[in-house]
Design a protein around this ligand. Sequence first.
Ligand code: ZN
Ligand code: ZN
Length: 176
Amino acid sequence: MTNMPYIDEKGRTYKYGEFFPYDMCPFGYNETNAHDFFNLKKEEAIKMGYIWKDREKRDYKITKNSYDLPDNIFDISKDILNEVISCPNNGNQDFQCSSAYRIMPDELQFYQQKKLPLPKYCPNCRHYQRLKYHNPFKLWYRKCMNKGCTNEFETSYAPDRSEIIYCEKCYQQEVY
Ligand SMILES: [Zn+2]
Ligand SMILES: [Zn+2]
């Protein structure tokens, strides 16, 4: 395999010990975890030779607009379980938006228990909103911010972020 590597349509070579070539992958790029961490637009993914899976158009019969959901969980009755709620992202492909969603009985019970408002976006849009809070796959050299400590290390917290960054030793001392 090292002498006769596999070469894909884009001219990328795959030798012994490497991961499978992209063109052997039966899944769309946007169906895999790769898309969560290295977010690509449809055109970019196709240009790289990846498969893209378009969401099938569904004809949901919307019965409630998510903007009309009360903010207070105690203002919501069990009737909500029968509603088909619209997602404000309206089927946006970048978020794999499903355009509508429902609230499940256990879900409603959980929100009531925790005194949380109902979500106003579909599960896929919520997933992409959460991913925005992930640190990037990038490391920066930084100094420990604990007074008197001179330790330097790599961290996924960029230098312009507001969080206070400690080295491992100082952090352990602080939290124990
Ligand atoms: Zn959505
Ligand atoms: Zn330190």
